[in-house]
Design a protein around this ligand. Structure first.
Ligand code: GLN
Length: 243
């Protein structure tokens, strides 16, 4: 960790914050404060520079045009790749996930370069949009409970050899390639198609981000089970929805 207070950076709330993805920043802050960790939350609008000294960067989903604008500004800014070089953790959702890859198809139907922080490429699905509740098993290496989330995307994401699948879907589409993968991670960078907000439904993922940022193997337990009812409700909704 770069400074005494953990720096949580919420990237471009004005462009990338669909389906309450900003809740991810709130959950990371809360899980840190419950461990009595000092946290500084930094919201960076798209007309501001991305700080390079953050510990955890969170990026949300967005519609196709704001996604292109965000990618242009992030490429021009260059701060996020520098932060990753400094060892920062990045957790991205949907449009944010696609932007972190090598390229995606933008709102003009063109190939738009991403930041290349994740070894993935996104194309545009020809079929139906992937919409609905998802249930998936997270890579066992990460030792996390089942992933519950909500997806809504046209993009399809293909993993390159350096990226591992974040999870394998039991229900839902995930990366949309038909190979059962959902999301990706390599080094300290994570991407997922899951909204929810995903960290509210899966607060153990927020704990993983904190552990990586603090470089510790464990965190004190928190006396907090509010999320269990939400998880149970959404897992049951995923099981009941038509395939
Ligand atoms: N525009 C992207 C897609 O449809 C991402 C959508 C989103 O972030 N929900 O694939």
């Amino acid at each position: 960790m770069s400074e005494s207070s953990l720096r949580v950076v919420w990237v471009y709330p004005d462009l990338l914050s669909t389906y309450g993805d900003q809740g991810n920043a709130l959950v990371v802050e809360r899980r840190a404060r419950q461990r009595r960790l000092a946290v500084t939350r930094i919201d960076v609008r798209s007309d501001q520079q991305i700080p390079t000294s953050g510990d955890i960067y969170l990026i949300g989903g967005g519609e196709d045009r704001p996604q292109r604008l965000a990618a242009e500004r992030l490429r021009r800014d260059g701060g996020l790749p520098r932060a990753v070089d400094n060892g920062a953790i990045v957790f991205s959702v949907c449009a944010g996930y696609q932007i972190l890859g090598h390229e995606f198809i933008n709102d003009l139907g063109e190939r738009e370069p991403g930041l290349g922080l994740l070894d993935v490429i996104s194309t545009r699905g020809e079929g139906q949009r992937c919409v609905g509740d998802v249930l998936a098993d997270i890579d066992p290496q990460l030792r996390l409970p089942q992933l519950t989330g909500f997806e809504n995307h046209q993009g399809i994401t293909h993993l390159g050899p350096r990226a591992k699948a974040f999870a394998r879907v039991q229900l839902g589409r995930g990366n949309g390639t038909g190979d059962g993968t959902e999301g990706a991670f390599n080094d300290t960078v994570f991407g997922t198609y899951m909204h929810g907000p995903v960290l509210a439904r899966n607060p153990q993922i927020a704990d993983l981000l904190l552990k990586l940022a603090l470089d510790v193997n464990a965190l004190p337990p928190v006396d907090d089970r509010w999320y269990e009812a939400l998880r149970a409700e959404r897992i049951s909704a995923a099981q009941q929805q038509p395939a």
